[in-house]
Write a protein that binds this ligand. Structure first.
Ligand code: 13P
Ligand code: SF4
Length: 333
């Protein structure tokens, strides 16, 4: 594993990264929760669905993924012939951690008449145990395509699952996982902030718990929140998701004021994703220089996980995943 070192002092990291990306024929994909410098140099910044589509469609030989591990693994599952590097392999996700594959397998076996509709924030093993993967931007659309009498397990995010249940009226068995970042918003502090800025819309990610979503004017994926913020006529907007997305909002609408929803201490530092923060410019440079650390996945596991991801790409529309999506999962389909 590469570690940042003192020899990098004085190096123009931005210029070196640009040089290496050309030399390596690399594409740099970044999530909206990455630090501003990384977002600004990335070839593409997006939400989980768009990043998956980009990873499946790229012609680059190397994908440098600036996000968390499950996102980089998704890129490798969809593009196995590419070298996929993640600047820091320790960039995990609390939702992934909350869903150990052996326990998920047992849960599935206990409910053999249910299909598993699974949030992309999970391990490759859990993807392999699932029928269809969803992201926050594709979940509702995909759920609407599943026959009404089909029983469903939804995991690992109970907040996204609960939101979908309330929004669609669809009953689902929920896995009890949460995102530690979105759990940290304080309803009391949010209400105080709203009182200070009457009329400012609250935009929230569906990973937030219901007591936060209840106050939201718009609930959606990072991309949907960004689009809403830019289209809104309001000059002040309250953002209840990881605050690094505000960088894109401020770039596109510098005349507006975007305020991160607060945590219990009244500021939003507790809402920074600690896993996303592990990726730095230094580590990205080293990853491109050394082509490490690399994401590697056992081929049998990869093929099994790809089926549920391909179903997502097909059902969500847009770029279709390549290959056999396996047996039909709904009776009559
Ligand atoms: P999006 O797909 O909305 O970008 O969400 C990813 C994520 O991890 C949110 O915490
Ligand atoms: Fe995982 Fe939450 Fe970080 Fe998103 S914000 S990567 S769900 S820990």
């Amino acid at each position: 594993m590469n570690a940042p070192n003192a020899n990098l002092r004085g190096l123009d990291l931005r210029a070196e990264i640009d040089r290496l990306r050309k030399e390596r024929n690399a594409v740099i994909l970044a999530h909206y929760y990455q630090e501003p410098q990384i977002q600004d140099l990335a070839d593409f910044v997006g939400d989980s669905l768009d990043l998956s589509r980009k990873a499946a469609a790229t012609n680059a030989e190397v994908i440098a993924f600036c996000g968390v591990r499950f996102m980089a693994e998704t890129a490798k599952i969809l593009s196995p012939d590419k070298i996929v590097v993640l600047p820091d392999m320790a960039a995990g996700c609390s939702l992934e951690d909350s869903c150990p594959p052996d326990q998920f397998k047992a849960f599935r076996e206990a409910h053999p008449d249910h299909i598993a509709l699974t949030y992309i924030n999970c391990s490759t093993e859990v993807k392999a145990l699932s029928d269809i993967i969803v992201t926050s931007s594709s979940a509702e659309n995909i759920l609407a395509q599943i026959p009404a009498d089909q029983k469903i397990i939804f995991g690992p995010d109970k907040n996204l699952g609960g939101y979908l249940k309330r929004k669609t009226g669809r009953d689902m068995l929920l896995w009890p996982g949460v995102c530690i970042v979105h759990e940290a918003f304080s309803e009391t502090e949010l209400l105080k902030l709203r009182a200070q800025h009457p009329g400012a819309p609250v935009l929230a990610h569906p990973e937030c718990p219901p007591h936060i979503l209840d106050h939201a004017d718009q609930v959606g994926s990072t991309k949907a929140i960004l689009d809403y913020a830019l289209a809104s006529e309001s000059e002040v907007i309250i953002v209840a998701t990881e605050p690094h997305i505000i960088h894109q909002m401020e770039k596109a609408a510098p005349h507006k004021t975007f305020i991160g929803a607060p945590g219990a201490d009244g500021n939003c530092n507790c809402n920074m994703c600690p896993y996303m923060a592990l990726n730095t410019m230094e580590k990205l440079y080293l990853a491109l220089r050394d082509l490490a650390p690399r994401v590697e996945i056992d081929e049998e596991l990869r093929v099994a996980a790809k089926r549920s991801l391909d179903r997502m790409l097909e059902m969500a529309g847009g770029t279709v995943g390549k290959g056999d999506v396996g047996r039909p999962i709904f009776s009559g389909s």
